[in-house]
Design a binder for this molecule. Structure first.
Ligand code: ADP
Ligand code: TRP
Length: 334
């Protein structure tokens, strides 16, 4: 395959929200349309298991994330869309890579360090409290996801950069040991322009703050959330500053430049907060009305998603098994 391989994984831990769309879904869908690249996109369901221990929910989120990505433009006929758990080669490679991972490398990984720090701050005597081995070795499984497909580039948010570097380090240790270029060295692809979107309370939009606007809820529910966006106490007629306004930050990512310009003028001439929110709702509805229909159609028809997963798994396994044949020969299990 002479195309550059681009791969990314999405953890199914909740319903997709506007922040996910801006920071991850939209840029990745754009990337997936570039002809010179072969895209691998997968639902990292076994990564989600490190934290999510409710089978029903994990299953629902797996379908809902896949449906969302397809509804928002990922085309399973052009790219390879699959479920991580459908690729046994990933888990085999994960063990092999674990045998090349210095323990200290995992001690420095940020998801683990964050939990240790949380324990420190709360005065917990066992600093490893709440850390399962899945969380601890999370970067090894992620390295297997990446290396098993011969990935060149990994589009991710900046919080995942360290994990991609770990994958690269492990690939280098392995290649050095066996004296051959078995693994491609992956590089993170981080969009420098990607903005962090605020949620309805003005903090970073995130599932953990419960301040997010879901992409595919009932129109009434979404409109209600938009109407609850926090604003300052300025009155209709008072000039307003777009840059410090959550409504404006959200509007900008949904509107075209002329619309954005026009709302900025309305801010200067004192638009009422309620009217600004109505404008935001109009853009939201326009952007997501058709994708919502497609999303609901897919969610009502899981057999269609199962078929897409099965096709994706076939193609992904064909690629993974080529690489695993070389890996097994190198380590001596074949
Ligand atoms: P959450 O914070 O809601 O749990 P995740 O950590 O699951 O979101 O994020 C999944 C992807 O969406 C990541 O690539 C992340 O960079 C992107 N993302 C999440 N929240 C935002 C946001 N508020 N603005 C921009 N991108 C975001
Ligand atoms: N760890 C990523 C996240 O939390 C998800 C992920 C799993 C991933 N495996 C990957 C991303 C491989 C890129 C490549 O968002």
């Amino acid at each position: 395959m002479s195309h550059e391989i681009v791969l990314t994984g999405i953890k199914p831990t909740g319903m997709p929200h506007l922040g996910n769309w801006v920071g991850a879904i939209r840029p990745t869908v754009e990337l997936s349309r570039q002809a010179e690249r072969q895209g691998f996109f997968f639902i990292a369901d076994y990564h989600a298991l490190t934290g999510l221990k409710d089978g029903k929910q994990l299953r629902r989120f797996t379908y809902s994330v896949a449906a969302a990505w397809i509804a928002l433009g990922l085309d399973p006929d052009r790219i390879i869309l699959y479920r991580q758990s459908d690729i046994p080669e990933v888990f085999e490679l994960s063990w092999i890579l674990a045998c090349f991972s210095p323990k200290g490398l995992m001690n420095r990984a940020h998801a683990y360090k964050a939990q240790v720090q949380k324990n420190q701050e709360s005065g917990e005597s066992d600093l490893d409290s709440g850390v399962n081995m899945g969380l601890y070795t999370y970067p090894i499984l992620m390295a297997a996801d990446i290396l098993v497909m011969g990935t060149h580039r990994v589009p991710v948010g900046s919080d995942q950069q360290q994990h991609v570097e770990i994958a690269r380090d492990l690939a280098q240790y392995f290649n050095r040991q066996y004296g051959r270029d078995i693994f491609t060295l992956p590089e993170a692809l981080i969009d420098p322009a990607s903005a962090v979107l605020p949620g309805i309370d003005g903090r970073k939009m995130s599932k953990s703050y419960k301040n997010y606007i879901p992409l595919f809820d009932a129109p009434d529910a979404i409109k209600k959330l938009i109407m609850r966006i926090e604003t300052d106490s300025s009155q209709p007629g008072d000039p307003k500053d777009p840059d410090s306004s959550t409504i404006f930050q959200l509007y900008r990512v949904l509107a075209n430049p002329a619309q954005t310009e026009s709302l900025a003028r309305a801010y200067a001439s004192g638009i009422a907060w309620k009217d600004a929110k109505e404008e935001l709702w109009a853009r939201f509805d326009e952007t997501f009305r058709e994708p919502t229909r497609r999303y609901q159609e897919l969610m009502a028809n899981p057999a269609e998603l199962d078929k897409i997963f099965a096709q994706g798994a076939d193609k992904a396994r064909a690629q993974a098994s080529r690489i695993m044949t070389k890996v097994r020969r190198a380590v001596g299990t074949r």
